[in-house]
Design a protein around this ligand. Structure first.
Ligand SMILES: Nc1nc2c(ncn2[C@@H]2O[C@H](COP(=O)(O)OP(=O)(O)OP(=O)(O)O)[C@@H](O)[C@H]2O)c(=O)[nH]1
Ligand SMILES: [Mg+2]
Length: 461
């Protein structure tokens, strides 16, 4: 069993909500790794008030019981109690409308009451942290219903959402409908969204496995690194999503590290949207994590440290399939953990800046944080969050998959049976997505007009 360690925890000002299978599996992985991190830092520590509030400030919602019940039987059973769970038995059957309207109206009061109870335990509630998938019914439909509820009931509290996007090969046939319907809600009601694509996660996991088995010393990966290990998961047997969920959990560990540990430069969760979102709808932040591959075994020499910063901007380290270096940056945050100095951060920003297309009026739009505690098994790590027009292709692809079904009105009747759901919702969600795509396109077009600083003519002597 774990020993729990209190550190400098101020996370009790944030409330986590996990909705649906994916949301709960990812959330559970995150909590598990967070416990391991804290236990690692202070091996003699005990489970105390401060860390326990980190867990009390969570509400777990699923309209099926299986996943959540499994959590209560696993290593996390001692930190959650059944009053934090809201479950039903049959699930939303991959239908956004059932999650949003049917379960939304049935569970509205219970959810509000539960969230209020948890919110009252916070000294000064700063943000809600929602974790869900876009492709199914509960996380997507009820998850976005909860988002709207939070806006109504706690309008002053920041809403951050981690959204897992389905891959093109997803076995949920209706996932394009569910995702586009959910996107409209995310665009209108979230302050910040961290999109993660299952396709990218699969590619990263495959690449890591390949490297781990290639045996080349230059690609040595610690087998117990939190990136690839499934040790300590909900169940002993590794499940299909475990490796992928570890990556998302690492994203969450890095985002919340400032709130869990001390550091010379802290970043509160609500500062993310304050600093990275210049326009309210354009709040989709592309994340990249390093180390992911060779740097899993990183040590501190400067060249390697600089390499970590270079990697954060490469295509291979993004959690969606995107290439930020060739699209326009509106803003960027670098969240560093471990033995790294402010001067290292500054040097790397100066080094990389000339290679990155930044919007003209926000060339200095860099936000940084330093947390002194590195993830277990590493000396340092970096999470880059980019407000970048490179999210656009992901949305265009999603729209194409939606249109393919919608043109034929395929599967629509499943949605239109549901009380509260009207066909107009589909058209409205589609046009919301199209205008979002258009807004990113227009900004991206400005990239071509960026003129590099013209060198001054030298005066002939
Ligand atoms: N990365 C990741 N994706 C998942 C996981 N579980 C499901 N998914 C993906 O999420 C989508 C399905 O959503 P789920 O979260 O299973 O559905 P739900 O929210 O429980 O909704 P219903 O089951 O319809 O009530 C599909 O795109 C799956 O590929 C997971 O643990 N990790
Ligand atoms: Mg489910």
């Amino acid at each position: 069993m774990y020993q729990y360690t209190p550190l400098f925890i101020i996370i009790n000002n944030n409330v986590a909500l996990t909705v649906g299978q994916c949301g709960n599996q990812v959330g559970c992985r995150f909590w598990d790794l967070a416990l391991r991190e804290h236990a690692h830092v202070n091996k003699k520590g005990i489970y105390d008030e401060a860390l326990s509030s980190f867990f009390r400030n969570a509400v777990l919602v699923d309209m099926e019981e299986g996943v959540v019940n499994e959590i209560l039987q696993g290593p996390l059973r001692d930190v959650f109690d059944s009053t934090q769970l809201i479950t039903d038995v049959s699930g939303s059957g991959n239908n956004w409308a059932v999650g949003h309207w049917t379960y939304g109206s049935m569970y509205r009061d219970r959810i509000v009451e539960q969230v209020r109870r948890v919110a009252e335990q916070c000294d000064c509630l700063q943000s809600f942290f929602l974790i869900h998938s876009m492709g199914g019914g509960t996380g997507s439909g009820l998850g976005t219903f909860v988002l709207k509820l939070l806006e109504e009931e706690f309008p002053e509290v920041c809403r951050l959402v981690t959204s897992v996007y389905p891959s093109a090969e997803d076995d949920v046939i209706t996932s394009p409908y569910n995702s586009v319907l959910a996107m409209r809600e995310l665009t209108d009601h979230a302050d910040c969204v961290f999109p993660v694509e299952n396709q990218s996660l699969v590619e990263i996991v495959n690449k890591i496995r390949h490297m781990a088995h290639s045996g080349k010393p230059s690609t040595a990966i610690k087998m117990d690194s939190t990136i690839i290990s499934s040790q300590g998961g909900v169940s002993r047997v590794e499940k299909p999503f475990d490796g992928m969920n570890n990556i998302v959990a690492n994203l969450l560990l890095n985002i919340t590290s400032s709130a869990r540990f001390e550091g010379s430069l802290n970043m509160d969760l609500n500062e993310i949207s304050m600093n990275l979102v210049p326009f309210p709808r354009l709040h989709y932040l592309v994340s990249s994590l390093t180390p992911l591959y060779t740097l899993a075994d990183v040590s501190i020499p400067t060249r390697r440290l600089d390499q970590m910063f270079t990697d954060a901007f490469s295509k291979d380290h993004q959690l969606i399939r995107a290439d930020p270096k060739h699209s326009l940056y509106l803003a960027c945050a670098l969240m560093v953990r471990g033995n790294v100095q402010v001067s290292d951060l500054r040097r790397n920003i100066e080094r990389l800046k000339p290679t990155l297309p930044f919007i003209s009026w926000n060339q200095e739009g860099w936000k940084t944080s330093l947390c002194s505690v590195a993830p277990v098994g590493h000396t340092h790590s970096l999470l880059a969050l980019a407000n970048n027009t490179c999210v656009r292709p992901t949305f265009v692809e999603l729209r194409e998959r939606f249109t393919k079904l919608y043109r034929k009105k395929a599967h629509l009747h499943h949605y239109l049976h549901v009380d509260g759901m009207e066909q107009a919702c589909f058209g409205e969600a589609l046009s919301s997505l199209s205008s979002l795509i258009e807004e990113y396109s227009q900004l991206d077009a400005a990239k071509g007009r960026l003129t590099p600083d013209v060198p001054r003519l030298s005066v002939a002597k």
